[in-house]
Design a protein around this ligand. Sequence first.
Ligand code: BGC
Length: 561
Amino acid sequence: MIYFVAIIAGLAGILFGYDEGVIAGALLSLHQEFTISAFAEGVMTSAVPLGALFGALAAGPLAERHGRRTLLLAAATLFVAGAILAGLATGVWMLAACRLLLGFAVGVAGMVAPLYISESAPARSRGMLVSVYQLAITLGILGAYVMNYALEDAWRTMFMLGAVPGIVLFAGMLVLRDTPRWLAGKGRTDEARQALASLRGTSPDAPDIHAEVRAIQEASGQETQSARWSELLSPVVRPAFVVGIGLFFLQQLSGINAVIYYAPTVFREAGFDSSATQLLATMGVGAVNVLMTLVGMALIDRIGRRRLLFLGFAGTALGLGLIAVGAATGSASLDILAIVGLALYIGAFAASLGPLPWVMMSEVFPLRVRGLAMGVTSVSNWGFNFLVVFSFPLLVQGLGLAGVFGIYTVVCLAGLVFTLRYVPETSGLSLEAIEHHLRSGLPFRTLGESPASIVLVTDAPDISPERATALIAGVIRLSPHRQNLEALAADIGRVAYANVQVRCALRELNRRLGGTPPLAMGRQHLGAQAPTLHTFLEHIHFASPGFLQSVGEWPPRGTRG
Ligand code: BGC
């Protein structure tokens, strides 16, 4: 059943991506059929993010009142209608209106689908499903590009084809029930039990199911009490907003959708003469986007959010800088520079700036305000998206391609500073630990750095004393006190196993290591557990015979001969 839920995530992502991407190729043939000013081009292209902004705004309260399922059915209907009408459009302004409607549907589905998933999925696979959502966005974009290429000038068919994922979404939602959480919150306890049982593959009368529905009801009772808009402004939530909205600001102002929506146009400027080569190159962009998203998914829990962001901002800044230089000189030999820059930019974006804001948005907010806060944050994504897409043709007219990409380069450089100062490392920490740290009043950035701020919660499997010793031996090899501590590894392992906090850190480390033997571990494996483990070894070092001997305190007084 959970795969079915993943498919819903996927469909919403595909809708999102297809409607973003389809305009790219359609613009080429639309220009042949209609006279389109830079302003009209901006309006038509940005109608999707603008509509989505309103869709996302409306979706939160509507989903509370009418349920997630009803809203997804409505969005699917709008989506099909919008796609067909866009295909029948008789002019640019009608097309813009249809895309506004489509955007509204994308905004609703894009907000409700993640909510639907997070309320249905078991906690341990939530993070993975968020990344599946981003992967689906990139597949939707690639699908649109492939259609652009395959259908050449048939822009009407391109738009109409967008109805297909809408129809599948509709059919899928007919089969699925609403989420157990929404049903339970509305007092529809029996239905909630049935929905939960079918998700977990057991009987509605199983004791677990009864207990979980009761827990949901208690939790949702607390939530209605506290889910007030004013709470979003509290000092506890503010640092989470800085991270969530800040990352979306940087993601969008790095110019990603100027590339995604206008890729063939950009390639034309870069000297690709035929529209076939422009579209082929655009498909390359879509493919790199999908493949590098997979790379990002593999790295995100391993090297941590902050490191991946630094790599992403450095890579995108370099790529964008190359495009700007290539465009500024305009010579044919430098066109290749622009192409390399574009590939680098898309690759670095897809592995990092693409998925990370979505993943972190689902991690940083306290449970009580999570739904509301995620709504506001995703609205900001659409707002910034609109700003970039709408302004791009006008900015190119005023500043030239080099100037515009120069601005995006500066934004990515600013992203490095933003990450350094504001973004906490959340990988390997439970959502409870993150919330605990937010409430502690310590700077959000220092999350995971001070062992005192780490809550002893982990869902990583427990380990044996022998495994703890093996892991500690691996950590000792990375410690500056290696020489002094190596001989004591067995004793240190026992102490580590007995200490709840250190053991939790070792459990996380064990999970992250996977098949890597402990003695082959590197610093990158330590992740958010590095401070806990290093501080632990530091304490042991100061009490160890080797250290005490060096300060003349060993053997202890009284035992000296
Ligand atoms: C962004 C979209 C963008 C896409 C590209 C997403 O994370 O929010 O605006 O078009 O990535 O893959």
